[in-house]
Write a protein that binds this ligand. Sequence first.
Ligand SMILES: Cc1cc2nc3c(=O)[nH]c(=O)nc-3n(C[C@H](O)[C@H](O)[C@H](O)COP(=O)(O)OP(=O)(O)OC[C@H]3O[C@@H](n4cnc5c(N)ncnc54)[C@H](O)[C@@H]3O)c2cc1C
Ligand SMILES: NC(=O)c1ccc[n+]([C@@H]2O[C@H](COP(=O)([O-])OP(=O)(O)OC[C@H]3O[C@@H](n4cnc5c(N)ncnc54)[C@H](OP(=O)(O)O)[C@@H]3O)[C@@H](O)[C@H]2O)c1
Length: 456
Amino acid sequence: MTLRDISPAVHDLVGIGFGPSNLALAIALQEQAASGRPLDAHFLEKQQNYQWHGNTLVSQSEMQISFLKDLVSMRNPTSPYSFVNYLHRHGRLVDFINLRTFYPSRMEYNDYLRWAASHFAGQCSLGEEVQTIEPETDGGRIDRVRVISRDAQGRERTRVARSIVLSTGGTPRIPEAFRGMRDDSRVTHHSGYLNWIRNQPCVGGKPMRIAVIGAGQSAAEAFIDLHGNYPSVKVDWMVRGAALKPADDSPFVNEIFAPAYTDVVFEQAQAGRDRLIEAYLNTNYSVIDADLIEQIYAMLYRQKVSGQFRANLLTCKAVRAAHGGANGIELTVATTAPGAGIDADSETRRYDAVVLATGYERESHRRLLEPLARYLGDFLVDRNYRVQAAPELAVPVYLQGFCQSSHGLSDTLLSVLPVRAEEIAGAIHDALSANRDRCWAPSTVQKDGSQAIAAA
Ligand SMILES: Cc1cc2nc3c(=O)[nH]c(=O)nc-3n(C[C@H](O)[C@H](O)[C@H](O)COP(=O)(O)OP(=O)(O)OC[C@H]3O[C@@H](n4cnc5c(N)ncnc54)[C@H](O)[C@@H]3O)c2cc1C
Ligand SMILES: NC(=O)c1ccc[n+]([C@@H]2O[C@H](COP(=O)([O-])OP(=O)(O)OC[C@H]3O[C@@H](n4cnc5c(N)ncnc54)[C@H](OP(=O)(O)O)[C@@H]3O)[C@@H](O)[C@H]2O)c1
């Protein structure tokens, strides 16, 4: 049985998720309040112990973006929430300068985000997973929604919001062949890697054969970690393509991640937006940091010299079926002709475990907003990330991380966080003020038929 809280609090804004997107928003809202435009905002985060992709923080993992693109600096370099101030507060500024890098470890960046988040402890409830967002309706205009969350003990809680910002990030993409193995503890998606590997027999030195699937940054980091930290593991890395490809982070291309480029994408018709996104997919998807590719090549070459083969890269391989049995996981693996997508050959391979580094889907907004779906159409957003809704829904709903197709490749990344947060913070304030003005306008008719009093 679930226990339900019966006295919901009402907030101007409820933010779902407290990853970097909503954390940047909380900071922008604080600045906006200081300039005389306060809003009462509360955030809900499902993790009890706040982390940034915490189960992927292997020791070798580095940021793929300059620390200057932190939560605030591109909007307000004097903000106390900058990465530089974090270093200063932790007594590491000089040492960090000596590292001579723009790319801190992801462990350190996680610590930075935790530090920034700790300043908003009073505004964020950790350990509460939002289940759904429902309209509060009496059949007419909807001025509020109910946000229903559940904690680890199964207690349900309802909060009432005048606006919503949904920033729940990606959801693991599980290939069709593995859908029936969701409960098999021998298979993990990369998003759960560290928790999973801790419980594998290789931690105690037992021999294991592990397959890694996918050709992106996550797969590369899992491959290196398994080979480097678990000497009893033999790892096969299977990719569908003919070669590992580097992420293009060259300076001219990198200009597509500038805040101004959001307008360039948004102002196109959809076909133009699609073309711009397609043209630069190799900055982010199915690609690997060039330095890491060099490291992997050198590592595989050293094996050729020593004649000891513990790690293999298998190209042009596609898993067609997976079956978990008492003797391990059997994969039916097809060899595809490069470029043709046609199976040339097929074989069965057996593993003790599988890591699916198969990327992420961005669909959770549709599930959480399902009770409002009839008002939200196809979730098209305006320039300020507000979903274009039917007029009955007066509650503005904003999305962060689900707008790549309209706002460009930056949308799922850290690139434009400070600027986007400011745009959304201002838009919410304006939308709620407009709602209030509408409610208080002299001509507004009350439910009982009398006229409302004009606001002072
Ligand atoms: C391993 C990894 C490394 C990355 N490294 C980089 C990088 O170096 N540079 C870069 O620009 N981008 C990177 N990215 C892209 C990444 O999307 C962004 O860095 C960033 O995490 C986006 O922030 P977000 O807040 O939108 O989403 P997330 O960081 O995914 O945060 C979403 C938050 O919402 C919470 N949540 C989800 N559902 C619910 C719910 N129902 N109720 C309550 N809370 C919920 C989650 O627990 C999470 O804390 C990386 C992605 C991954 C997977
Ligand atoms: N250090 C870091 O900063 C760091 C670390 C990890 C991740 N990230 C970021 O996280 C984001 C996601 O990266 P990611 O590597 O997790 O995902 P990704 O780049 O989307 O790559 C997913 C890979 O999975 C493969 N794949 C998908 N479905 C498959 C299927 N059915 N069968 C076989 N293979 C399949 C894809 O193959 P194809 O190539 O054949 O399509 C692709 O190579 C990126 O922004 C990345 O930069 C950053």
